[in-house]
Design a protein around this ligand. Structure first.
Ligand code: 3MF
Ligand code: MG
Length: 346
């Protein structure tokens, strides 16, 4: 399969058991080893990690045990020809972080969150990646009056500065999301993430990860979010997927809801040589109805859709587009794009 210089990643949570808030798992859990096999089988290169995907039981291990397990994981990856793309602290499941981590009203929780972020950095270094991703899952509110948003922004900045000085070699990418699990999040968009990045003590080591579904939930266009981040060299990763309108976070296969919206994400990434900068990360879930033995097709479909859209994007005659732009004939431009996506020349 021609991959045009792109590298692809997904996280072990993308092969999952299908539980939702209204029903239990419908597929048996797969062990990590069998998930690793899927990466190579489907043409993926890199693994996205939560800290405790890489080192289970992280909260109960000594620093030396933790490092040693991370090194063992690096070897397991190498045995399969894989590497780690990033590590993200899972700051949303522990009972301590019910009301947030870095922005909790409780100082003990904030200090737990900082310790956990340091562990994530240590694990990233042992796994051989310099990229730490922060999805700020519970940094927000259900009741606006329950926290102080100005103080919360400062607390997030303090946490970022602490992480950046803890290890001078790591880079941090913020993954914004406007809601879920919290009703209202403090860092809902790429613009918020970048504004925070520039206020840190080391802005050159701060960037963002754009997830398509998160942008759509915020009422924004994912390709414009990508472009905005790329304009300042801050797009360091993506979570491509799709989302059928503003409802619960769906993580549908890339392009499965709106193929033109997917095309435009591919187009800006490809026109701006993203393959030289970052990895094509997916964050997709198989729908709950998918039988266990065939529950990796969402990953296959997303990767293939990306590559098919690269081909379509490169096949469109840019001179034709320029001529239509010069004539301001955007209806004809519409027709050109639609026909390309429908597999025909206009
Ligand atoms: C939630 C997400 C997260 C992040 C992951 C890595 C569980 O909507 O997108 O997936 O992507 O934590 O940053
Ligand atoms: Mg994501």
């Amino acid at each position: 399969m021609e991959k045009y210089g792109y590298r692809f990643s997904f996280g072990p949570w993308n092969i999952h058991e299908g539980a939702d808030p209204f029903g239990p798992p419908v597929r048996p859990a797969r062990d990590f080893e069998s998930k690793l096999a899927v990466f190579k089988e489907l043409g993926f290169d890199m693994v996205q990690f939560h800290d405790d995907d890489a080192v289970p039981g992280i909260d109960d291990l000594s620093p030396e045990q933790m490092r040693q397990q991370a090194r063992a994981m690096r070897q397991r990856l190498a045995d399969q020809g894989l590497t780690a793309e990033f590590v993200a602290p899972r700051l949303w499941e522990h009972p301590m972080t019910i009301d947030g981590a870095f922005t909790s009203n409780d100082a003990k929780v904030r200090s737990y969150a900082l310790d956990r972020a340091k562990k994530t950095i240590d694990i990233a270094r042992e796994l051989g990646t310099d990229l730490v991703v922060l999805w700020l899952a519970r940094e927000g509110t259900y009741m606006r009056e329950a926290k102080n948003a100005l103080r919360a922004t400062q607390q997030l900045l303090d946490a970022l500065n602490m992480m950046l000085t803890y290890d001078a070699r790591i880079r941090i990418a913020i993954e914004p999301k406007p809601n879920e699990p919290m009703d209202m999040s403090y860092i809902p968009s790429i613009g918020h993430g970048i504004a925070l990045a520039y206020q840190t003590s080391h802005p050159l080591r701060m960037g963002v990860l754009m997830e398509s579904a998160h942008a759509i939930l915020a009422g924004l266009d994912p390709s414009d979010e990508i472009s905005f981040a790329m304009s300042s060299g801050k797009l360091w990763s993506v979570h491509l997927n799709d989302q059928n309108g503003p409802k619960y976070d769906q993580d549908r296969s890339f392009g499965s809801v709106d193929v033109r919206r997917a095309f435009n994400q591919v187009r800006v990434l490809d026109n701006n040589q993203y393959w030289q900068v970052g990895v094509i990360g997916l964050d997709v879930k198989a729908v709950r109805t998918q039988p266990a033995s065939i529950a990796t097709k969402h990953l296959r479909n997303s990767l293939r859709t990306f590559l098919r859209l690269v081909e379509i994007s490169r096949s469109i005659d840019q001179q034709k587009i320029d001529a239509l732009i010069a004539e301001r004939d955007y209806e004809e431009l519409d027709w050109l794009i639609l026909n390309s996506l429908m597999g025909r020349n206009p």
